[in-house]
Write a protein that binds this ligand. Structure first.
Ligand SMILES: C[S@@+](CC[C@H](N)C(=O)[O-])C[C@H]1O[C@@H](n2cnc3c(N)ncnc32)[C@H](O)[C@@H]1O
Length: 327
């Protein structure tokens, strides 16, 4: 159980600012560069508006980079949990701004690191052993079989219409004895001390988001689901790990407190990133209703009296070595 920091509860106001926390945010071919603007945000549209429901503008890119830091703090600075030794080829599917791939290229200078994404939003100043390609992971991959020592996908679930396709392509392209790793957010809200009210805005938000994703044939992944997907594709020794992502700096544990503070900052644009297109395009809400759900989620997340958190699921497995596969 995550213990609440008593100093957070030191006065009767609901907001973190009254407890001394600053949670404000002040501070290829041309055809793949097709965008639409909707509700004040820019969305990539080359593959159509159904393919991926989140914006790809600078605000979102900043949020993804912040999320990378949140993951690192939540997971003790581990870029991966799979027991890699000397990987030579690494692939990151749905790489976003490419920040994980860039860090991996720095960590393993002898490896070639490739990141693929629907959108060309990656920087051009990158390590010499890193490169990016525009590709749709839901189509047949262009990579050779048995090519990569490690294939990674993080926070990809809102873009995955066919997990079996994704994991079978991972299986095909992983070298025997190589690893794959998935890291996803539970998209469910939890509370250990009974402080979450039944109509918590973030809980309502997540329920509506799961509803939209299910309507699009993209059920939110659970731990068991991810494990089964890897095992069904043929990976062995599949390991499951869980971490908590508190909303707000309410935990006593310093590392969790940092995660919570950064998550709140992330939520200041994140609820709208996840919610606006899902609620308007898929659930048919008008923009005001959709924005209201996002705003209420953020408002309740900012209330220090509710000690809520989401879960991260991290699952990794190994492709059998050739000898094992022949048995
Ligand atoms: C929430 S972002 C996560 C980015 C990155 N993995 C990270 O953790 O920082 C999801 C990314 O997956 C990409 N994506 C979604 N569906 C995809 C698909 N079918 N093929 C390739 N990339 C996809 C999106 O364009 C977006 O950049």
């Amino acid at each position: 159980m995550l213990e609440v920091d008593p100093s957070v509860l030191a006065n009767s106001d609901d907001d973190y600012a009254s407890s001394g926390y600053d949670t404000s945010t002040e501070s290829l071919a041309s055809s793949v560069q097709q965008y639409i603007y909707e509700n004040g945000r820019r969305y990539h549209s080359y593959y159509g508006t159904e393919k991926y429901l989140m914006p790809t503008d600078e605000t979102e890119q900043d949020r993804l980079d912040l999320y990378h830091e949140i993951y690192l703090v939540a997971w003790n600075d581990n870029l991966h949990e799979a027991p890699l030794t000397t990987p030579h080829r690494i692939l990151d599917i749905g790489t976003g701004t490419g920040i994980w791939a860039i860090d991996m290229a720095d960590k393993y200078p002898m490896a070639e690191v490739i990141g693929t994404d629907l959108s060309p939003i990656q920087p051009s100043w990158i390590p010499a052993n890193c490169r990016f390609e525009v590709d749709d992971a839901m189509k047949e991959w262009t990579f050779r079989e048995n090519f990569f020592d490690f294939i990674h996908a993080r926070n990809l679930n809102t873009g995955v219409t066919d997990w079996a396709h994704l994991t079978s392509e991972m299986m095909r392209c992983t070298a025997p004895g190589g690893y794959v790793e998935l890291l996803e957010n539970s998209l469910t809200l939890h509370c250990d001390d009974g402080t979450m009210k039944p109509d918590h805005g973030a809980d309502i938000f997540l329920r509506r988001l799961r509803e939209a994703l299910e309507k699009m044939g993209r059920p939110h992944p659970t731990h068991e689901f991810l494990k089964n997907q890897l095992e069904n594709a043929g990976f062995e020794d599949v390991q499951m790990l869980t971490a908590k992502e508190p909303f707000g700096p309410w935990p006593k544990d310093p590392r969790m407190k940092r995660v919570g503070a950064m998550s709140l900052l992330n939520g200041s644009t994140g609820f709208e990133s996840y919610g606006m297109a899902a609620f308007t395009r898929v659930l048919g809400m008008d923009a005001a209703e959709a924005r209201g759900i996002c705003e209420r989620a953020l408002q309740d997340a900012r209330n220090k009296n509710y000690h809520v958190y989401c879960l991260y699921f991290r699952v990794y497995g190994r492709k059998p070595a050739v000898e094992n596969r022949c048995k």
